[in-house]
Write a protein that binds this ligand. Structure first.
Ligand SMILES: NC(=O)c1ccc[n+]([C@@H]2O[C@H](COP(=O)([O-])OP(=O)(O)OC[C@H]3O[C@@H](n4cnc5c(N)ncnc54)[C@H](O)[C@@H]3O)[C@@H](O)[C@H]2O)c1
Length: 268
């Protein structure tokens, strides 16, 4: 639904070819923002739930009448993240919103079974990627001198422990604490920093869980609202956190979980 809630803002979204990042990029543009889409690929990951998976996110935004461009960026590489922000400013003049969304999942093992590669893969993309994105955004915001917004795509995995995915949870826990540190350090500069913490939602990242009928039944039973999360749920919250409507929300790690983290068991 087009609106003007982000009119005149320039937003960067990492990992924006697929899943949450794609939905967020389109929602930002629908709200009036100019969007720099970035990812290591231009079309969605296989196995996701995207509409029009053959289209790039930039094409989708332009089809909606919005303004967007693409810069390839692997968030694990600090130089590529710097280039992403430099290119955004060169093409669009400034930066207002940094959406650190890119992330990967590793699971299916107990802690003693994970390899160092599993640990470092999660650390590289989820922790370093968010850290580099925040660093470059803050530098640009400080140079502009009129604040900005950083939103980190964390997870309920950053708020609590889960079995069989400790390497993912430690990376999400690090993102959660980075969100707090950034909020404390840069609030005085008008830079608002918040985190979004979804439970499992339907993207390529969770496709194997979604297709596992036993998991699906157990999971939906555990959610008071009795459904999976959707990318749209995440995008709606991202637009709110990017907009002035959330101007006094700072350092928050917002659960987006249908009530999952309220309780140990739900009513079936
Ligand atoms: N889907 C869920 O249930 C869920 C729940 C909580 C949090 N999250 C988090 O949401 C974020 C987005 O996940 P998603 O579910 O949309 O997954 P997804 O796999 O659908 O999309 C992730 C995107 O990130 C990109 N990416 C991967 N590595 C990258 C890198 N090194 N540099 C740049 N881009 C890279 C991929 O190409 C892909 O387009 C992640 O941080 C994930 O941890 C997802």
């Amino acid at each position: 639904m087009p609106s003007d809630r982000l009119e005149g803002r320039v937003a960067v979204v990492t990992g924006a070819a697929s899943g949450f990042g794609r939905e967020i990029a389109v929602a930002f543009a629908d709200a009036g923002a100019t969007v720099m889409v970035s990812d290591i690929r231009e079309t969605p990951n296989e196995g996701g739930f995207e509409d029009a998976p053959g289209m790039t996110t930039v094409d989708l935004i332009r089809e909606h009448g919005g303004t967007a461009d693409f810069v390839e960026c692997d968030v694990t590489d600090a130089a590529q993240v710097k280039n992403l922000i430099d290119e955004t400013v060169r093409r669009f003049g400034r930066l207002d919103v940094m959406m650190n969304n890119a992330g990967i999942y590793r699971g299916g093992k107990l802690t003693h079974e994970f390899t160092e590669d599993d640990l470092m893969a999660c650390f590289d993309v989820n922790v370093k990627g968010t850290f580099f994105g925040a660093q470059e955004a803050v530098k640009q915001f400080l140079a502009q001198g009129d604040g900005g917004v950083i939103i980190n795509l964390v997870s309920t995995a950053g708020l609590q422990g889960h079995p069989n995915q400790s390497v993912y949870n430690v990376s999400k826990g690090a993102q959660a604490n980075l969100t707090r540190c950034l909020a404390i350090e840069y609030g005085r500069d008008g830079i608002r920093v918040n985190g979004i913490c979804p439970t499992y939602a339907k993207t390529s990242l969770t496709r194997a869980f979604y297709d596992d009928k036993d998991f699906d039944t157990m999971f939906v039973d555990s959610i008071p609202l009795k459904r999976w999360g959707e990318s749209k749920d995440v995008a709606d919250l991202a637009v709110f956190l990017a907009s002035d409507e959330s101007s006094y929300i700072h350092g928050a790690l917002v659960p987006l979980d249908g009530g999952e983290t309220l309780c140990r068991y739900s009513v079936t």
